[in-house]
Each structure stands twice: as structure tokens, then as C-alpha cells.
Design a protein around this ligand. Structure first.
Ligand SMILES: [Zn+2]
Length: 208
């Protein structure tokens, strides 16, 4: 099952309906996280893809479907149906029998799990890219192929990032698992530091 991709207009309609108090900052929307009941602007949404992140408190994140599930407690297909009602488009062909329903739910759960791993993979890759450039001044993308690979992962988003992660995982499972672990730890550290920063009354002006 391919991940459900939202058009920019649909992203705007969905967030206007569900979280009307978000404010625009550059290419993102910011506001209090509704999942853990945050008070400061700890929720950050990419206005193009609808991917979201909480920068303190719960530290959760994901796509529009993950958000709908987190907000309403609905199961996957119920959440998709609710989102279809909001954006006015059929997003998913419905399975017709029980085995198909189970397969669709398993595929969706795997997509969500792997997208989360892919985001940590990307975070670790961002750090590796900086390190490589520092250690090897000659490592330009044209001259040093691994730099090109790191650069591509670093800029990938959503379904494209997921495809890259799966490709790496197939070819280099140990390396990929180590990167995901490193990225997860870096993410947790960042959330912890930001939470302390915000608790101290500081503004987070912009977090990409
Ligand atoms: Zn939160």
C-alpha cells in the first residue's frame, strides 16, 4: 500500500478544521500541542506536507493520519474516513473482506513505524553529513559518492524518505539500524533541551 499523500490545499483545509489556532511562521504553522495539552508553541507543522512534530512534552510527530488518530483515538480506517469528510476526497480504496482489512491495517502500521524510523535515520544522516564535510574538506557531492547519498537522505521528505530508508535497510541493515538508533537518541536529547528552554520562558523563534 502506498502512503496517502495530501495536496497542499488539503493540508490547509484539514489543519484549519482541526487546529484553527495555529499561526503561520515562514513555511510552518506553530501552536500549542493539542496532544499533551501544551501551553507554548511546541507544535510545528510543515504547511506543504502536513507532517507535524511536538518539540516538547510528548515529543510525538507524524502525518495527518497519525494526528487524527492521536486527536480522536479513532482506528486507522475511521481516521481516514473522518479526514476524507474534511478534505472532500476519497483517499483510500476500501478493503472488501476481513483478510484485506487486516492486511491494510498491518501495512499502515508498518508504514507509520518505518516512517518514524526513517525520520531518525535522516536526523543521524544530517549529523554524519556535517561530520564528513568537517573531516574531509574534499568530500564534495561530485567527488565523493557517499556525500551525495547523505545529501539526498538529508533533503528527502515523507514517502521519498521512506523509500530511501527501505532501500538502505534492505542493503545495509546493520548500518541503518545503528543510524536509526543514533538519530532517535539525538532527537530525544533535542526535545529534552528544547523543553527546558521553553520551560525557562524562552521563545523558540523558528524550528525547521
Ligand atoms: Zn505534545
Amino acid at each position: 500500500m502506498t502512503p496517502i499523500v495530501f495536496m497542499a490545499g488539503e493540508v490547509a483545509i484539514y489543519y484549519a478544521a482541526r487546529l484553527p489556532k495555529l499561526r503561520q511562521r515562514g513555511n510552518r504553522w506553530r501552536g500549542p500541542c493539542p496532544i499533551h495539552g501544551g501551553k507554548s508553541d511546541n507544535l510545528s507543522v510543515d504547511a506543504k506536507t502536513g507532517l507535524w512534530r511536538c518539540w516538547s512534552g510528548c515529543g510525538r510527530g507524524g502525518d495527518i493520519i497519525t494526528l487524527e488518530i492521536a486527536l480522536t483515538g479513532a482506528a486507522f480506517l475511521e481516521a481516514v474516513t473522518a479526514i476524507e469528510g474534511i478534505v472532500g476526497r476519497v483517499l483510500l480504496e476500501r478493503p472488501t473482506n476481513r483478510a484485506e482489512v487486516r492486511r491494510a491495517a498491518e501495512a499502515a502500521a508498518r508504514d507509520r513505524r518505518e516512517l518514524q524510523a526513517a525520520e531518525h535515520f535522516k536526523l543521524a544522516t544530517e549529523q554524519a553529513y556535517e561530520l564528513v564535510l568537517e573531516e574531509l574538506p574534499e568530500a564534495s557531492p561530485e567527488r565523493y559518492p557517499p556525500t551525495q547519498a547523505l545529501l539526498e537522505i538529508r533533503t528527502a521528505q515523507g514517502p521519498e524518505l521512506l523509500a530511501m530508508y527501505r532501500d538502505w535497510h534492505k542493503r545495509e541493515p546493520d548500518l541503518t539500524a545503528a543510524l536509526v538508533y543514533a538519530g532517535e537518541r539525538a532527537w530525544n536529547r533535542l526535545c529534552f533541551q528544547l523543553a527546558r528552554f521553553i520551560d525557562a520562558g524562552a521563545e523558540v523563534p523558528y524550528a525547521a
